[in-house]
Design a protein around this ligand. Structure first.
Ligand code: UDP
Length: 160
C-alpha cells in the first residue's frame, strides 16, 4: 500500500509531565529532563511551583474518594513540583512508557520509576494518561502564554 500521503501521528502532540516533590528533593530534575530531551522530545513549558491544595485536588480529581487521595494531594502540596509540557510524536503514550508502572516495584529497569523509586507514594513523576487528560492538565497548570511555540533545530534529525 502507498503511505506516501499518510500524515501519521502528529509531531505536535503534547503531554503534561510533572516531577513531584520527592523527585525535586532527590535531585532528579536534570536526569528526568535529560531522558525526554535525549529521546527527541521538545520542551515547550516548564516551571517550578509549590501547588496549593485546590490545584492538587483538581489535578488528581479522578482519584477523589479513594483511600490514597488525601495523602497523595498532601504530598503534592508539600514541596516543589517541576511542571512541564513536552511535545512530540506519541509523547503521551511513550512518555508513560519512559515513566514506568504506577508501582515502581513493577516498573522495568530503564524506566524512571524502575530505576529510581520503590514506593507507590514516592514514584517521583506524573505523566498524562491520554489525550483528554493531557489537554486538561496542561490547561490546569499553564497559561497559554507560558507555552513556547517554536521549531526545534533538530526537527529533521529526529523526524524523517
Ligand atoms: N498512588 C498511591 N497509591 C495507590 C495508587 C496511586 O499512592 O494505591 C499515587 C501514586 O503516586 C500515583 C498517583 O497516586 O502516581 C496517581 O495514581 P494513578 O493511578 O493515576 O497513577 P499514575 O498515572 O501516576 O501512574
Amino acid at each position: 500500500s502507498n503511505h506516501a500521503f499518510a500524515a501519521g501521528p502528529s509531531t505536535k502532540e503534547r503531554s503534561f509531565i510533572a516531577i513531584k516533590p520527592d523527585g525535586v528533593h532527590r535531585g532528579m530534575i536534570s536526569n528526568i529532563i535529560s531522558r525526554f530531551e535525549q529521546k527527541g522530545y521538545k520542551l515547550v513549558g516548564i516551571k517550578v511551583i509549590v501547588p496549593g491544595m485546590d490545584l492538587a485536588k483538581a489535578h488528581y480529581a479522578e482519584h477523589e474518594g479513594k483511600p490514597f487521595f488525601n495523602k497523595l494531594t498532601s504530598f503534592l502540596t508539600s514541596g516543589p513540583v517541576v511542571a512541564m509540557v513536552w511535545e512530540g510524536k506519541e509523547v503521551i503514550k511513550y512518555g508513560r512508557t519512559m515513566i514506568g508502572a504506577t508501582n515502581p516495584l513493577a516498573s522495568a529497569p530503564g524506566t524512571i520509576r524502575g530505576d529510581f523509586c520503590v514506593d507507590m507514594g514516592r514514584n517521583m513523576i506524573h505523566g498524562s494518561d491520554g489525550p483528554e487528560s493531557a489537554q486538561r492538565e496542561i490547561a490546569l497548570w499553564f497559561q497559554p502564554s507560558e507555552i513556547a511555540e517554536y521549531e526545534s533545530a533538530t526537527q529533521s534529525w529526529v523526524y524523517e
